[in-house]
Design a protein around this ligand. Structure first.
Ligand SMILES: [Zn+2]
Length: 271
């Protein structure tokens, strides 16, 4: 009986260590950047369910940040810390959202505001007030993107800072370089005109081009200070842009809190 329990317990422990990265060393001194997309319940027909985090789970994750003493930073605050104008918080984190879905306003923004946290949203300029037109609706239903009124309200509240995610969400390394440059510079210019603020942050659509030297150079030349890929991990802070784009922690729709904890402390929850 005892032997059976031992074997079962051992098997469970082996199973858990295969599934979760407990054994990984804790990361210290870095800047974890969480990556979200859609907050809410995945609609019928969605084949990209891992990109949906429910509002209840999002709240639990944000409560984890608050209860564990993390300070959420915007790009502007990162810049001020790097420039020595503000002190570096003991436990910094950036909460990012790709694409700019309307559910970021209806489901994420109230939670951030209530808990006194901040977030950063990367907008696809031509989809604002429209829908996620780059997805094939057969695999991912079209849903509303943010409106300008929502964007401005979030910006004016000081809770959310915006960055660019290009004009049309194209796969940058697969299109001619001059078109990729246009996606980078035109979205920055238009967002700055509309919002009256510098766009310091950029996220590569699909993470594509983050490690393609000519695309990354174009992003730097466009004037973005912080470029985010989708490579899993925690970048050191202060961050050195020569070492590559900022890494992120992909919060998956099927994550448990243990995944979130391991992401935040180890830079990776699973294999
Ligand atoms: Zn995207």
């Amino acid at each position: 009986m005892i032997a059976t329990a031992f074997v079962l317990g051992g098997a469970a422990a082996v199973g858990a260590s295969c599934r979760w990265n407990w054994w990984r060393r804790k990361v210290s001194g870095g800047i974890p950047a969480l990556m979200y997309h859609k907050i809410g319940t995945a609609p019928q027909g969605s084949r990209l369910k891992k990109l949906w985090v429910t509002t209840a789970e999002f709240r639990e994750q944000m409560e984890y940040l608050r209860d564990n003493g993390y300070t959420t930073l915007t790009f502007t605050e990162m810049r001020e810390i790097e420039a020595g104008k503000s002190p570096r918080p003991e436990k910094p984190v950036i909460v990012t959202f790709d694409d700019g879905y309307a559910n970021n306003y209806t489901d994420a923004y109230p939670v951030l505001r209530e808990l006194g946290l901040k977030g950063c949203v990367f907008l696809v300029y031509e989809t604002i007030e429209s829908h996620n037109s780059w997805h094939d609706p057969e695999s991912e239903p079209w849903i509303p993107m943010l409106t300008w009124a929502q964007v401005k309200e979030m910006q004016d509240s000081g809770v959310v800072e915006f960055g660019s995610h290009t004009m049309r969400h194209r796969n940058l390394p697969t299109i001619p370089l001059d078109e990729a440059r246009w996606e980078l510079t035109e979205s920055k210019k238009r967002l700055e005109e509309k919002l009256g603020r510098s766009m310091l942050g950029f996220a590569y659509p699909y993470g594509a081009g983050a490690y393609a030297p000519e695309v990354r150079r174009a992003a730097r030349e466009a004037g973005y200070r912080y470029d985010f890929g989708i490579k899993q991990g925690i970048s050191p802070f202060p961050w050195n842009h020569d070492s590559g784009p900022l890494k992120r922690l992909f919060v998956r729709g099927d994550d448990f809190m243990v995944d979130f904890h391991l992401n935040m402390t180890r830079g990776r929850a699973r294999f």
